[in-house]
Design a protein. Structure first.
Length: 148
């Protein structure tokens, strides 16, 4: 009877570990979706910024105040746009590339020493498979123990 209760406890522990790993795997998948959503949102904001530029800077207004406004603020606007594109669009695209399932991306992540989401996801899937095998073995062992 003591061995049966130990096996049941072991099975419950393995089920708990499987649940934890499945939640971790779901979180990693959500992380990749978040990268994509982040990029789409920032591209939308960039389109609004370009619309603002088309109205103000690229409008070719003829009065003196507009020309002064355009001449003074044009470098600041362009600097802002470049910083925005680099920080909020190119950097997340690079992070999404590093975390993708492509083999070149994995090699790049290893060279840079970055823990990529795809590598973590693969490790998590392997650990989940091992836990499921252990669960099946423990359940078979419990079935044999109950028969005796």
């Amino acid at each position: 009877m003591d061995k049966t209760s130990e096996l049941r406890y072991k099975i419950e522990q393995i089920k708990y570990d499987i649940g934890t790993k499945e939640m971790e795997l779901a979180g990693l998948k959500k992380m990749l979706r978040d990268y994509k959503e982040h990029i789409v949102i920032n591209i939308g904001i960039l389109l609004v910024i370009l619309l603002f530029y088309s109205i103000t800077i690229w409008g070719n207004y003829d009065n003196v105040v507009s020309k002064a406004f355009i001449m003074v603020l044009k470098p600041l606007y362009y600097a802002f746009a470049i910083v925005y594109i680099v920080k909020f669009i190119i950097k997340p695209v690079y992070e999404m590339y590093i975390n993708s399932n492509l083999e070149t991306a994995r090699r790049t992540a290893m060279k840079k020493g970055v823990d990529s989401v795809s590598i973590k996801k693969e490790i998590c899937e392997k650990e989940l498979l091992i836990l499921k095998i252990r669960l099946r073995e423990a359940e078979e062992e419990l079935a044999e123990e109950v028969k005796l």
